[in-house]
Design a protein around this ligand. Structure first.
Ligand SMILES: [Zn+2]
Length: 220
């Protein structure tokens, strides 16, 4: 535990705690059922600790690991989903990762292996969102399933479990979770109307939007 809590690390921790608390007040997380992480240096990832309600997290609770998952900051046990967070940082250019058990997204994860293209905002997640196959929480198997579901995407559903998104910032990762939850709610609302079937977009239509988002300087 030789890593120092610099001003930058302390600020990143405040950001992480704010984002985690926002996931509760926005209704995306109930109790301690989610986790958040953010890169705070070349070989330092701050993570929410396991089983501590977000409103109880204090500045002194800063919890950090290196890229191999070895704890280098703090005394609280890191989130049980650490293997999945580390896999995302290893595979992608993620700077922040958000995991929730948001209700509509979790419901959809029990129904389909990819979210039907009900809305063009799928482009904000890189295209049609896949559902990672179920595996016990906290396992390497779940990390591998998420890895596969995230190929060319910035978010996925976790079967019978929840959501995972990443981004260039905590705000972007969080916004992608909120968009994903919203799209799942739209699909459930539309597909639940008896006798009617929602119209769906084509992958080409979503790709066109992805190009537009890129042209507006917002990474898709
Ligand atoms: Zn979970």
């Amino acid at each position: 535990m030789t890593t120092r809590v610099t001003d930058a690390v302390a600020a990143a921790w405040r950001d992480l705690v704010d984002t985690a608390r926002r996931s509760v007040t926005d209704g995306l997380v109930v109790g301690t059922s989610g986790n958040v992480s953010v890169r705070a240096g070349e070989d330092l990832i701050l993570v929410t600790p396991s089983g501590v309600p977000y409103e109880r997290l204090a500045p002194d609770d800063v919890t950090g690991v290196d890229r191999t998952g070895r704890q280098v900051l703090g005394h609280l046990v890191p989130t049980s989903e650490l293997p999945t967070h580390l896999a995302v940082y290893e595979d992608t250019d993620a700077q922040a990762v958000v995991h929730t058990h948001a209700v509509h997204a979790t419901a959809v994860s029990t129904l389909v292996d990819r979210l039907p293209l009900v809305h063009y905002m799928a482009a904000a997640l890189g295209g049609q969102v896949r559902t990672a196959a179920y595996a016990t929480y906290g396992t390497r198997e779940l990390a591998d399933n998420v890895r596969r579901a995230l190929r060319d995407r910035t978010g996925c559903l976790l079967q019978n479990h929840g959501t995972l998104t990443y981004g260039a910032t905590l705000a972007q990762a969080y916004d992608r979770t909120a968009q994903l939850e919203w799209m799942c709610q739209v699909w459930l609302a539309a597909s639940g109307v008896p006798g009617l079937t929602p119209s769906l977009l084509t992958e080409a239509q979503v790709d066109t939007v992805a190009d537009r988002l890129r042209n507006y300087g917002q990474p898709g």
